[in-house]
Write a protein that binds this ligand. Sequence first.
Ligand code: THU
Length: 138
Amino acid sequence: MGEYLARKQPAILQQARKAKTHSFSPYSNFAVGAALETKSGKIYTGCNIESSSYGLTICAERVAMFKAISEGESQFSRIAVCTDTDEFCPPCGACRQVLVDFAPNIKVLLLNSKNEVKETTIAALLPEAFNKDFLNNR
Ligand code: THU
């Protein structure tokens, strides 16, 4: 895991950046794009979509994941998250939980406005996570 400058721009990074252009974020003015890659190599994209009732907003990562799940996908290798910030923007807590639920071994690529990439994993971002195994012990 680490940081690097993405020169060639793999498809997953290009698609995360493109998805960001569809962001509907007039309240926060904070655009996010995500691209989720299945183990078979297919990519599902998402952007954040805000509501005038702010709490109904959904993040880019969950849009991408729920699109993929709704299409019957279940095996995921990587998710890229792109923002217009100099800092790397990691997934929020709610998205980390959803990623753990559906892709506990997924790699996470953070793409900033300078085209730099930081690689991490959901296991590093959400250690000691709650998951479905705890529900079976009741
Ligand atoms: N947002 C995401 O889409 N993903 C994240 O991981 C962090 C936050 C969105 C939600 C909201 O539309 C805006 O960014 C500001 O919180």
